[in-house]
Write a protein that binds this ligand. Structure first.
Ligand SMILES: Cc1cc2nc3c(=O)[nH]c(=O)nc-3n(C[C@H](O)[C@H](O)[C@H](O)COP(=O)(O)OP(=O)(O)OC[C@H]3O[C@@H](n4cnc5c(N)ncnc54)[C@H](O)[C@@H]3O)c2cc1C
Length: 497
């Protein structure tokens, strides 16, 4: 994709909009489909390689209006069925087309509590935008109405106009709800439960709340200030926040219920336990899990070398193992931390990559070198026990596996080596076993995820769970959706008490 400057995109949109405004006849579907899909203005790849600032800059008002005019307002609204929290997508897009941004954001907020976050990180191309009629008619999901970008536009508009209000809290009920984990699942439960007048305490193991949105997803994709704004709203509503508080260590689940007077608990502890490949050399100095690497950079601000006390190794040649969003984030962070070469090694092809298409495109633009159909066999060491390289095998695709994706098969004798000083393993995460190990009777499945029914209730009385700790590593919107369901169940239970 060739880079187009934000100024050019803005000018083009203005010109097209002027032409549309000059029309007397109302727009027909074919006119709407002829409107060019609006590209997201972004920082120049050559510049952004050297900074942590957000890459995507957001639509101008003219671009948003034009993009909204592309929507056909389908009666059957396939986009709504594609949205895990069923936002009234045609409704909010029509409001943007009508110039009523306030109405648009109100419509979104009926279903989603974190639109500025979801507008940035949701995998729209495989959710709401996948079944879009415009994309289908134009034979490319890339040509679908850019629902996520429009969601982001109105959420940013609301924040920039200073219109975000603290939601009204009903009179105190005297009931206490404890929320363990402050990712999107926990934050959502906090908001929905507090609104009903119950006292809410959030417990967070790290020194900062926000879960993966703070420690995992980098600033250049999701500015921390946006997540912090959500947390400020919760504290303004009267939620109490206890950081550096590890449930299972500082206090156990049972203590919260039996000694500390909590009437209900929600466990939203995510999937923060990194998986490794179990290959030779994984214990060498210079091998990181993506979680550690990203946490050092994001949460501990290691990238801010002048001011941060947390060091991070200054790598020259890095390999990132994996093909998901986490791998893209790690690779793009390594670029920004100054690595001269960043290799992304993935054993299937780009088609099977779980990462968002946009993230893959951005990583390529920023110079990440993609090694597809290749996989490490062992990590090589120098005489001091530091990473010196990696030995890989080439692969080909065989028959489909259980997931329906074609199984990668190693090509015998295809070994080759790459010189490196750093390896980042980004092949997935499991749930942390601490709560499971310290809470007798809490049922989990074979992967260690907590089992919850469709109301979010676990095997234990008064204990609910949701997000990645139940689903396994998933998405922000699914975590938020689960949080809403569990909050409704908690509120119902407390009223009936
Ligand atoms: C690098 C990265 C990039 C991602 N990119 C995307 C993306 O682009 N789009 C998308 O939709 N999803 C993405 N995801 C996935 C998404 O972030 C998660 O699905 C989502 O954050 C899960 O939310 P959660 O609330 O269940 O848990 P989390 O966000 O994981 O939050 C759990 C919180 O619980 C805390 N905690 C854990 N144990 C305890 C304990 N015992 N006591 C107290 N606190 C505890 C943790 O410190 C953490 O703050 C990404 C994930 C990663 C790691």
């Amino acid at each position: 994709m060739t880079y187009i400057s934000p100024e050019k995109l803005a000018d083009d949109a203005k010109n097209v909009l002027e032409e549309l405004n000059a029309r007397i006849e109302p727009l027909k579907p074919k006119d709407r489909m002829a409107i060019p899909a609006q590209e997201m203005p972004s920082q120049d790849p050559a510049v952004r390689r050297g900074n942590m600032e957000e890459v995507a800059l957001g639509y101008t008002p003219e671009q948003a209006k034009l993009e909204a005019e592309r929507c056909l307002q389908c009666k059957n609204a396939p986009c709504i069925a594609g949205c895990p929290v069923a936002i009234d997508i045609p409704g909010f897009i029509q409001a943007i087309a009508d110039g009523d941004n306030l109405k648009a954001i109100d419509i979104i907020k009926e279903s989603s509590l974190l639109p500025a976050v979801c507008g940035r990180v949701c995998p729209q191309e495989s959710q709401c935008q996948a079944p879009c009629t415009v994309g289908k008619a134009l034979k490319s999901v890339g040509q679908a109405v850019n629902i996520g970008r429009l969601e982001r536009f109105v959420a940013d508009w609301e924040r920039e106009q200073g219109l975000i209000e603290t939601p009204t809290v009903k009179p105190e009920t005297g009931k206490k709800v404890g929320i363990i984990g402050t990712g999107p699942a926990g934050l959502t439960v906090a908001a929905d439960v507090r609104r009903e007048g119950h006292a809410v305490t959030l417990f967070e193991a790290f020194h900062k709340p926000g879960g993966v949105m703070i420690y995992g997803i980098p600033e250049f994709r999701l500015p921390k200030a946006i997540v912090q704004k959500e947390i400020d709203t919760l504290t303004a509503m009267g939620c109490e926040l206890k950081t550096n508080f590890v449930i299972g260590r500082t206090r156990k689940i049972i203590d919260l219920l039996e000694q500390d007077g909590f009437d209900a608990l929600f466990i939203g502890t995510g999937a923060g336990l990194p998986r490794f490949m179990n290959i030779e050399g994984e214990n060498l100095v210079g091998v990181y899990s993506a979680n550690e690497y990203l946490t050092r950079s994001n949460l501990m601000r290691a990238y801010d070398k002048e001011r941060s006390a947390t060091p991070i190794f200054e790598s020259e040649k890095v390999a990132v193992l994996g093909g998901g969003n986490v791998a893209m984030d790690a690779a793009r962070t390594a670029v920004r931390l100054g690595a001269k070469e960043v290799h992304l090694i993935y054993r299937r092809t780009e088609v099977e990559m779980p990462a968002r298409v946009e993230e893959v495109a951005h990583a390529k633009e920023e110079g990440v070198i993609f090694h597809l159909l290749e996989n490490p066999k062992r990590i090589l060491s120098d005489e001091k026990g530091w990473v010196s390289g990696i030995e890989c095998l080439r692969y080909e695709l065989g028959a489909p596996d259980d997931s329906g994706r074609r199984r990668p098969v190693a090509i015998e004798g295809s070994e080759f080596e790459i010189d490196l000083d750093t390896v980042i393993v980004a092949i997935g995460n499991d749930s942390n076993p601490l709560i499971r190990q310290t809470t007798p009777g809490l049922e989990t499945n074979k992967w260690g995820n907590i089992i919850a029914d469709k109301t979010g209730k676990t095997s234990l009385d008064r204990i609910f769970a949701g997000g990645d700790i139940v689903l396994g590593a998933a998405t922000v919107i699914l975590a938020m959706g689960e949080g809403r369901i569990a909050a409704a169940s908690i509120n119902k239970m407390l009223v009936e008490d």
